[in-house]
Design a protein around this ligand. Structure first.
Ligand code: ZN
Ligand code: ZN
Length: 167
């Protein structure tokens, strides 16, 4: 899994260094029943459906409500409480990452294994991803100076996306 992602991401990082592509467009990991099993969970219908939505939905960062609505739209009978429960189980198993974006409920995405940060539109709640080597290096040197060993960091840029600026 991680090897595959490295293969996908490294060429992109090289393009970014050349200054041509400012944002990181990670390719979506596709997860299936095998991943549920590997995570030590039983494959149940709600778990299958929710993983399927996170893998194939157009938006890769979704709230529990959005997942619930898209299940309902597909005629699936999965309650909101179940969606929350499954997402929490997925998070504990390392299949998904949860983000707490400003002014919104938490948002979930499949765990890509590769670190990235986010741009969040405060009007339409659109989420984009980026990776900036300079920022990453800077954060590491700040932590080093403070004698911290970094385990994680989250950086979110909030603002209006190009489409919402037009409105
Ligand atoms: Zn927007
Ligand atoms: Zn993301």
């Amino acid at each position: 899994m991680i090897t595959v992602q490295r293969e996908l991401v490294n060429p992109l990082k090289m393009i970014m260094k050349s200054g041509k592509v400012p944002l990181l467009f990670l390719e979506r990991p596709t997860m299936n029943n095998q991943d549920i099993k590997k995570a030590g969970l039983k494959v149940t219908t709600p778990r299958k459906k929710i993983l399927d939505i996170l893998t194939h939905a157009e938006k890769h960062h979704m709230s529990a409500e959005a997942i619930y609505q898209s299940l309902a739209a597909a005629g699936e009978d999965v309650g909101l409480a179940t969606v929350y429960r499954v997402l929490t189980q997925f998070e504990e198993a390392g299949l998904v990452t949860r983000h707490y974006f400003e002014g919104d409920q938490s948002v979930f995405e499949l765990n890509q294994g590769e670190h990235h940060d986010h741009l969040v539109c405060t009007q339409c709640a659109k989420v984009e991803e980026f990776f900036d080597e300079t920022i990453e290096n800077r954060l590491h040197s700040i932590a080093e100076k403070a004698h911290y060993k970094i385990t994680d960091h989250a950086l979110n840029i909030y603002g209006l996306c190009p489409e919402c600026q037009e409105k």
